[in-house]
Design a protein around this ligand. Sequence first.
Ligand code: SF4
Length: 191
Amino acid sequence: MLQQTQVARVLEFYPRFLERFPTWESLAAARERQVVAQWAGLGYYARARNLHRLSRWVTRDGGGTLPGEPQALRELPGIGAYTAGAVASFAHGRRAALVDTNVARVLARVFAPRLEPKRPRDLTRLWAIAEATLPRTAGATWTHNQALMELGALVCTARVKRCGLCPVRGVCATYARESPAGTAGRPAPRA
Ligand code: SF4
């Protein structure tokens, strides 16, 4: 539901949807038009159809649950790279990277300010950075990924960089480049 939809909007629909379809089984047993009807008003109905197809896969082939590996998740209806990473790390506690719009922006600003997340080639490089900066243990990945997402949503947003509040400014390439404090320890440029 959160794909291309704001949290406040989803919160109007999510509890009602869960009330109507509280389990994978109840969703799989419904007809597609019933699922789409319950989704009415939220838009982008391919999500409802994919979720319905996914419920049928889970109940018929998946043993009642989603796989834990990102690669296996990506083969299922409606699951792209970000959702696969989110399900693997948040639901299954796996050491898996995730990159959404906010995370891509944070990673670019911290590690590679020249990368432009909207360019597919650069986004691929940001995914590589996300993989390379994962914690060593799966156990720490949940917190790591949540922190990256929160950083992008609250501190290092598209509109404003709240560097004064940012816990990673000490290693941030953008901060070093743009902030007077970030350049304080550098030699003065030659006249
Ligand atoms: S230091 Fe500033 S630019 Fe760097 S990640 Fe934090 S808020 Fe963003």
